[in-house]
Design a binder for this molecule. Structure first.
Ligand code: FES
Length: 130
């Protein structure tokens, strides 16, 4: 009987120690919070009516769609080439995929739309994050 109590106490102590260890380690090994990657931070310019501002080095286009402006990642969703912006669509020079100005696929081989990025508009800057 006394041996059973001793084993039970050891088991409870071990469980409490394990719970404490999980709590303690969990505080230190949490995944780091991800901050959004700034892809573009430029002085704000007007986006032409029915047009786009293209920032080739950042592979970002700010595309006007009526009153809305959206930021598109110019990385082709097929194999990653940089798409070019025309007045009516975006075209990939590598294998010919075509996208509309909202980034939706018009013609493959790309299957997925262009990635939309987060656009923040301050008083004097465009800030685009992934
Ligand atoms: Fe754009 Fe292949 S990389 S169509």
């Amino acid at each position: 009987m006394e041996e059973t109590d001793r084993k039970r106490r050891r088991l409870v102590a071990a469980l409490i120690a394990a719970a404490g260890a999980v709590f303690f380690l969990g505080r230190f090994f949490r995944p780091m919070s991800r901050t959004a990657e700034v892809r573009l931070d430029v002085p704000r310019e007007p986006v032409p009516a029915d047009g786009a501002l293209v920032y080739a080095r950042s592979r970002v286009a700010l595309v006007r769609d009526g009153d809305r402006i959206q930021a598109l990642d110019l990385s082709c969703t097929h194999l990653g080439c940089t798409v070019t912006v025309t007045p009516t669509e975006l075209v990939c020079p590598c294998h010919g995929s075509r996208f509309d100005l909202q980034g939706q696929v018009l013609e493959g081989p790309a299957q997925r739309p262009l990635k939309k990025l987060t656009l923040q508009e301050t008083e004097d800057r465009w800030v685009v994050t992934a």
